[in-house]
Design a binder for this molecule. Structure first.
Ligand code: ATP
Ligand code: MG
Length: 402
């Protein structure tokens, strides 16, 4: 197969491959960008594989960055674009089910393609568009199938993360996993427990944000992979419900976690405990706690002014999408309009500060914080206008009544 019209990203990179070839080495486009181009999808980054060793690449190009030199990866900077260029390698022994013990550089493309995970990811393309297909990846692309390169049992035993990659590609590409590959996942699912949770997390989020998460969640559930994910142990029924209700990818990572936390019935500290087990950022934990609260409220009906304010504009689409997946009506337009109409949108919008209240004679201390919160509440609910003089008068009245 030869692609006649290469996307702009490849066209721009052709001179880089030509330079490597003119020096007597081989160079190919590899990985996701080749796969996605054949599928007619847009691509983000272009990866290059070469027979040249990292030192040899560095001699050929003026500007390079050692992005992963131990693994043979050098970034070539060309006209403002960076190209990850990796020396052909074979990965021989894995003793811990996750990383090869050592990387061996080789001069053979076939050796390099052999160690790749799935046939659709083991395609290479010459700079002229000619596709090298040693493992029938093109047929699998045509039939929308994910198949391990070589013996699937061995491949998942070598690197257990590949099992999560299989289910996330099923979601991202709307593909099926072929039976022999799926059976091997079932046989080796427990090895997922050996993988660093941060790496599993990346694949799980790609699964949820992919085009057909229901398509990835099905084998995720059927193979038992779910059992080896943190805090998923008691959640088979909820995960099945989520699988059945999803018809498209969720908008982002926060939405994925909010969906899981809501489906699992978690609130407050339980949300934090769950996300800490997955090692997400603190920022994500805060956002998911807020959004999960809003989802529970949306499941009871529309949000009142204070609930809208507490959720905030950024998390409204998140909470709404999750509530819709869990069976509530889609209220996004109304929610956004109501949020825009709120008298204030964030704490800083309040027309007085703690300093103003102290100048008006209120003693510093916990009372001050309580008064500010009360004023914020009354303004958001439209019970009082957001005006400095009005708020100071109101705060002295409140302070005197305490
Ligand atoms: P994406 O669109 O998500 O970037 P991708 O296929 O490019 O998809 P990457 O994680 O960027 O995936 O990896 C690039 C290539 O490296 C893959 O296409 C595959 O050939 C190979 N690869 C990546 N991870 C593994 C792995 N764990 N085992 C074997 N090969 C892998
Ligand atoms: Mg990639």
């Amino acid at each position: 197969m030869k692609l006649e019209h290469l996307p702009q990203e490849f066209e721009a990179a052709r001179p880089v491959l030509q330079t490597i070839e003119q020096a007597g080495y081989q160079a190919y486009f590899v990985g996701g960008s080749v796969r996605d181009t054949i599928l007619g999808k847009s691509i983000h980054d272009v990866d290059i594989a070469t027979s040249a060793y990292p030192d040899e690449i560095k001699h050929l190009f003026k500007r390079t960055v050692d992005t992963g030199i131990d693994h043979g990866t050098v970034m070539i900077l060309d006209h403002g674009t960076g190209y990850e260029t990796t020396t052909f390698r074979s990965e021989s022994t894995y003793t811990d089910f996750r990383r090869p013990d050592h990387v061996t550089f080789v001069r053979s493309l076939a050796e390099d393609l052999k160690r790749r995970d799935f046939t659709i990811n083991a395609l290479a393309m010459r700079e002229n568009g000619e596709v090298i297909d040693l493992f029938d990846g093109l047929a699998d692309l045509k039939h929308h199938q994910i198949r391990a390169v070589g013996d699937p049992q061995e491949r998942f035993h070598e690197d257990a993360l590949r099992m999560m990659r299989a289910v996330r590609f099923a979601s991202q590409l709307d593909f099926a996993i072929v039976p022999a590959t799926e059976d091997a996942i079932t046989a080796h699912a427990d090895l997922l427990a050996k993988i660093a949770v941060e790496r599993t997390q990346v694949e799980l989020i790609k699964l949820f944000t992919g085009q057909t998460p229901q398509r990835g969640l099905k084998p995720f559930l059927e193979t038992g992979l779910w059992q080896y994910c943190p805090e998923f142990g008691d959640q088979q029924a909820s995960l099945t419900t989520v699988q059945q209700r999803l018809t498209q990818g969720v908008r982002d990572e926060t939405t994925a976690w909010t969906l899981l936390a809501s489906a699992f019935g978690l609130t407050g500290p339980a949300v934090a405990h769950f996300l800490k087990a997955w090692k997400t950022s603190n920022q994500t934990i805060t956002a998911v706690q807020t959004a999960t609260t809003a989802v529970a409220e949306l499941q009871r009906g529309p949000l009142d002014a204070w609930q809208l304010y507490a959720c905030g504009a950024d998390l409204l689409p998140v909470a709404n999408q999750v509530a819709v997946i869990l069976g509530s009506p889609d209220r996004l337009d109304a929610l956004q309009a109501a949020w825009a109409d709120l008298p204030m949108h964030q704490k800083q919008d309040l027309a007085v500060t703690g300093r103003d209240l102290m100048q008006a004679g209120i003693q510093p201390g916990p009372i001050l914080g309580q008064l500010l919160k009360q004023l914020e509440h009354e303004v958001v609910l439209g019970q009082i206008v957001n005006d400095r003089t009005v708020l100071i008068t109101r705060s002295t009245t409140l302070a005197n009544s305490k």
